[in-house]
Design a protein around this ligand. Structure first.
Ligand code: ATP
Ligand code: MG
Length: 231
């Protein structure tokens, strides 16, 4: 585990299937940095059958986005609960903000008043053909959110989770038609955030690659460069 010398407040941006969850997990293993994933939080609500979960489930099934006000409430509560609204804390967001309204609200209502604005926004660039291939081969352990890929990262025993032995499933929204809709929603609503964060000085950083290994190697180097690190 490496220590960061300066607080890192990180957002990972990238199309569905670009590996945000994988990069988050690897950064968390390497640095003393916690992350939250809006998709994982929503899937937990769905598994637990909460009111938010029931609403989210019907929306996610169609490939559309959950309404901004619902997402803002969920994430604001999470930031407060974790005590992250402080200029000294390091953390990472995967999947939120995902629209201009979410980004503005997060800045204005939460981060700016706490003097804790995002200082590193990572844009993951992965060719669409690679993404489509990954999704076709993706299996998940629904309870934990662990992700497997039949090609790059298969489970030790076919069809079951390495840690619990429970069955793996496909995410319902990985169905090809719904996945196409998610890509479309990304291009329409989330990609414009790249321009939003471009305006902030030196915060946006783009990284391209066909594999998560290639991307992670560059990402780790950049984190060390920006936020220092001692072993
Ligand atoms: P992947 O997990 O493959 O990277 P993704 O980023 O599209 O793909 P998740 O982040 O897991 O997937 O999100 C799944 C779904 O949850 C989205 O399609 C959307 O419906 C909903 N969702 C997640 N985060 C948000 C958000 N910030 N705003 C609105 N809806 C969201
Ligand atoms: Mg994800």
């Amino acid at each position: 585990m490496s220590k960061l010398l300066r607080p890192a407040r990180v957002l990972l941006l990238g199309p569905p299937g670009s590996g945000k969850g994988t990069q988050t997990a690897r950064l968390q293993n390497k640095f003393d940095l916690c992350g939250i994933s809006s998709g994982d939080i929503l899937r937990q609500h769905i598994n637990n059958g909460t009111e938010i979960g029931q609403m989210a489930s019907s929306i996610i099934k169609t490939g559309k986005l959950v309404p901004d006000d619902v997402m803002i409430k969920i994430i604001s509560a999470e930031l407060a609960l974790r005590n992250w609204l402080s200029p000294t804390k390091s953390w990472l967001l995967d999947g939120f903000p995902r629209t201009r309204v979410q980004a503005e609200k997060l800045d204005e209502a939460e981060l700016r008043p706490a003097d804790a604005r995002l200082n590193f926004v990572v844009e993951l660039k992965v060719p669409t053909a690679v993404i489509l291939d990954r999704i076709a081969n993706r299996l998940v352990h629904a309870q934990s959110g662990r992700v497997y890929n039949l090609t790059y990262n298969p489970p030790k025993v076919s069809g079951v989770d390495d840690f619990t032995g429970e069955p793996l499933t496909r995410r319902p929204d990985d169905d090809p038609d719904i996945f196409a809709k998610r890509i479309e929603e990304y291009e329409r609503l989330t990609e414009p955030l790249v321009d939003y964060y471009k305006k902030a000085d030196n915060v946006l950083w783009s990284v391209a690659g066909d594999t998560s290994d290639v991307i992670y190697a560059q990402l780790e180097k950049e984190v060390v460069k920006r936020f220092g690190d001692r072993v």
